[in-house]
Design a protein around this ligand. Structure first.
Ligand code: NAD
Ligand code: ZN
Length: 340
C-alpha cells in the first residue's frame, strides 16, 4: 500500500510502498479515505527538536482520518466491515490507575498514532477497537476526517461553562478557529480571538468571532473597552503556545477566571504568578480529548448544527502531499485535507 513515511532523520516525508498492516484479535483494519494534516505532522515534516527526540524512523505519520472498516479481529463485536470510522489518536495502556478509573485521557502511558506507532497517512491503518469511533454517515466526510483536532477544540472549549461568558481565544490556528465556533455554539456572549496573522484572523471572523484582534496593531484593553467589558474575560482558551499571548491572557482575565491551555510552548514560559494568585485564576492543562465524552459531544453538536466546515480551506490528492505541507507552512490555511 502507499504510505507517507518519515524515512530519513531530516526535513521532508516520502510516499512509499509498505506492507498493509496486520491486525490482532482486538483490532480493526481501516481503509483510509481522507486525512487532515495536523501541526504535529508539520513538526515531524520539519524535523524540529521535538520530532528528533520523539519519532522513531522509519514511521508512517498522520493521525487525523476517516475511513471504512475492511476487516475485524475475532474479538471485535461492536464494529462491522463497512462502518465509517475515525480513530482516537491516543492509544492508552488500559492498566494504569487513571485508565482503570475510566479517566483514559489522563493515562500516563499514552502512545500516539503516527508518532509512536504507525499512522493514518496510508491506504490502510490498524487500530485497537477501543480507539475506534463510528460516524453518523450524515456528517460531512471532510469534517469527519478532522474529528481529532475538532476534539482538541471541543475538549478545551467545554472545559468550563460558557453560557453567557466572555471568552478570549489566543491563537487563530485551525484549533482556535474551531474553538471559536464551538464557544459560540455553546452560548458564550463575546468570543474575542487574537493572532498575529491577518489571514487566520479573517478565518476566525468567518467562524463566528465577535471581534478579532491583530495584537501587533491593536490592544486587548482597547477592545475590551469597546465591548463594554469591565471586569475581564471569564474564560481563556490558550491556543497559540506563544508566551506573550499567554501573558496578555493572564492580564485580561476577571478575578476567578478560568483558563484552559492547549497551545504547546516550544520554550519555557515565565509568567507573573502574582496574577494567578491574587486574581485567583484556575489553570487547566489539556492534552488530547476525553475518551469518549468529547467524541460524543462533538458528534451531537455537529448533528445539531455546529458548522466547522469553513476551517477546511484546502484539499489535495495524497500524491500532492508536498503541496499540502507547503500550504500548511505558508500560514495561509486552515485545515488541509489529503484524499487517499
Ligand atoms: P497553529 O500553530 O496553526 O496555530 C497557532 C496560532 O497562534 C497561529 O495562527 C499563530 O499565528 C498564532 N500566534 C502566534 N503568536 C501569537 C500571539 N502573540 N498572539 C496570538 N496568536 C499568536 O496550531 P493549531 O493546529 O491551531 O494548534 C494550536 C496549538 O495547540 C498549537 O500550539 C499546537 O501545538 C497545540 N496542540 C496541542 C494539543 C494538545 O493535545 N495539547 C493538540 C493539538 C495541538
Ligand atoms: Zn493508562
Amino acid at each position: 500500500m502507499r504510505a507517507l513515511v518519515k524515512r530519513h532523520r531530516d526535513v521532508g516525508l516520502v510516499m512509499e510502498d509498505v506492507p498493509i498492516p496486520t491486525i490482532g484479535i482486538n483490532d480493526v483494519l481501516i481503509r483510509v479515505d481522507r486525512t487532515g494534516i495536523c501541526g504535529t505532522d508539520v513538526h515531524i515534516y520539519q524535523w524540529d527538536d521535538w520530532a528528533q527526540k520523539t519519532i522513531p524512523v522509519p514511521m508512517v505519520v498522520g493521525h487525523e482520518f476517516v475511513g471504512e472498516i475492511v476487516e475485524i479481529g475475532s474479538n471485535v463485536v461492536e464494529f462491522s466491515v463497512g462502518d465509517l470510522v475515525s480513530g482516537e489518536g491516543h492509544v492508552v495502556c488500559g492498566h494504569c490507575r487513571n485508565c482503570l478509573a475510566g479517566r483514559r485521557h489522563l493515562c500516563a502511558k499514552t502512545s500516539g498514532v503516527g508518532v509512536n506507532r504507525p499512522g493514518a497517512f496510508a491506504e490502510y491503518i490498524s487500530l485497537p477497537m477501543t480507539n475506534v469511533w463510528e460516524h453518523d454517515r450524515q456528517i460531512d466526510r471532510d469534517v469527519a476526517s478532522i474529528f481529532d483536532p475538532l476534539g482538541n477544540a471541543v475538549h478545551t472549549a467545554l472545559s468550563f461553562p460558557l453560557v453567557g461568558e466572555d471568552v478570549l481565544i489566543t491563537g487563530a490556528g485551525p484549533i482556535g478557529c474551531m474553538a471559536t465556533a464551538v464557544a459560540q455554539y455553546a452560548g458564550a456572549r463575546y468570543v474575542v480571538v487574537t493572532d498575529v496573522n491577518p489571514w487566520r484572523l479573517k478565518l476566525a471572523a468567518k467562524m463566528g468571532a465577535t471581534r478579532v484582534i491583530d495584537v501587533r496593531t491593536e490592544s486587548l484593553a482597547d477592545v475590551m473597552q469597546e465591548l463594554g467589558m469591565k471586569e475581564g474575560f471569564d474564560v481563556g482558551l490558550e491556543m497559540s503556545g506563544n508566551p506573550s499571548a499567554f501573558r496578555s491572557m493572564l492580564e485580561t482575565m476577571c478575578h476567578g477566571g478560568k483558563i484552559a491551555m492547549l497551545g504547546i510552548p516550544s520554550v519555557e514560559m515565565a509568567i507573573d504568578w502574582n496574577l494567578v494568585i491574587f486574581n485567583m485564576l484556575h489553570l487547566k492543562g489539556i492534552y488530547g480529548r476525553e475518551m469518549y465524552e468529547t467524541w460524543y459531544k462533538m458528534t451531537v453538536m455537529v448533528q445539531g448544527g455546529l458548522d466547522v466546515s469553513p476551517v477546511i480551506t484546502h484539499r489535495y490528492d495524497c500524491e500532492d502531499f508536498q503541496k499540502g505541507f507547503d500550504t500548511m507552512l505558508s500560514g495561509q490555511s486552515g485545515k488541509v485535507i489529503l484524499n487517499w
